[in-house]
Design a protein around this ligand. Structure first.
Ligand code: C5P
Length: 285
């Protein structure tokens, strides 16, 4: 197996996602929930750099110092790939974290997916996309989405993906000051788990609802206040299990202008939806 050692200055993106709708259709025997959701990838996210070494060590530097290295999904992804493929080389990962954690934007999962895809290439592991997605699922339900790198309708835990072409879309993300624990929302006794599964294209047309929202609002009353306040700018929706709330706009100018009005009161960012992850283009070069 040939492997490249040394430094690479290449910056590898790890895009964020939002859920345009999220239906919880059942509780499974394995402790997870069955979902129907529409994942929209965004043109914004974290950035990673990888420096390969020959001694097998895996280490990470992050701009956010309070983020423990051993819990970091990109470190766990590198260790998993190294072990499964019998790789002798190691890597130092430099993670520029921009996506807030506990925000429902898939930041940790996207970092893990970028790590799997890039190290598969740099360590010459020769794993297929399907194999990487299956490895990724051991790390988190959203990792396969980012490994495949396409906006998608999803079922199962979120790993059964049907690529969706959503075209150009514009959003303003509003980041509350608190994080939401995904595990806490999914284990909450008041979570409704009985939305009737429908054919996914039909579900996409009926888009809008997020079954996790009521529980997230209950756990964080500030979220309910925020969503009420945002109504003057459009229909606020929550991504994943929260805490990020987003507004959709028909064009870039409208999104930018809402973001500039909202930024004096909230932490916001105007973003664009993308059908294809920017990572895929870099990997095919
Ligand atoms: O897979 P992930 O690490 O994102 O899961 C975080 C938490 O959310 C876990 O506690 C898991 O049980 C729950 N979850 C779930 N059903 C899903 C996805 C996540 O119950 N489809």
């Amino acid at each position: 197996m040939s492997r490249q050692a040394g430094t690479t200055d290449q910056v590898w993106p790890a895009p964020a996602k939002i859920n345009l709708f999220l239906h919880v259709t059942g509780r499974r025997a394995d402790g997870f929930h069955d979902l129907q959701t529409l994942f929209q990838l965004l043109d914004w996210g974290d950035e990673l750099r990888f420096t390969i070494n020959d001694d097998g060590r895996i280490s990470r530097h992050c701009n956010i110092t309070s983020f423990p290295e051993n819990d970091d999904l990109c470190v766990r992804a590198a260790k998993l790939l190294q072990r499964r493929c019998g790789v002798n080389a190691g890597v130092h990962i430099d993670l520029a974290k921009r996506i807030p954690t506990g925000a429902g934007l898939g930041g940790g999962s996207s970092d893990a997916a970028t790590t799997l895809l890039v190290l598969n290439h740099l360590w010459s592991c020769d794993q297929t996309t399907e194999q990487l997605a299956s490895l990724g699922l051991e790390l988190g339900s959203d990792v396969p989405l980012f490994v495949h790198g396409h906006s998608a309708l999803a079922e199962g835990r979120g790993e059964q993906l049907h690529p969706a072409d959503l075209g150009r879309r514009y959003y303003v993300l509003v980041f509350p000051k608190f994080a939401v624990s995904t595990a806490e929302v999914f284990s909450h006794p008041e979570l409704t788990r009985d939305t009737r599964p429908v054919d996914l294209p039909v579900a996409a047309l009926a888009a809008g609802g997020n079954d996790c929202e009521a529980v997230a609002r209950k756990l964080h009353p500030d979220l309910a206040t925020l969503m009420t306040d945002l109504r003057s700018w459009g229909l606020p929706r929550m991504s994943g299990t929260g805490s990020t709330v987003f507004l959709e706009f028909t064009d870039k100018k409208a999104a930018n202008s809402a973001a500039s009005e909202l930024k004096c009161r909230y932490n916001v960012r105007a973003v664009e939806g993308v059908d294809r992850s920017p990572l895929l283009g870099l990997l095919s070069n």
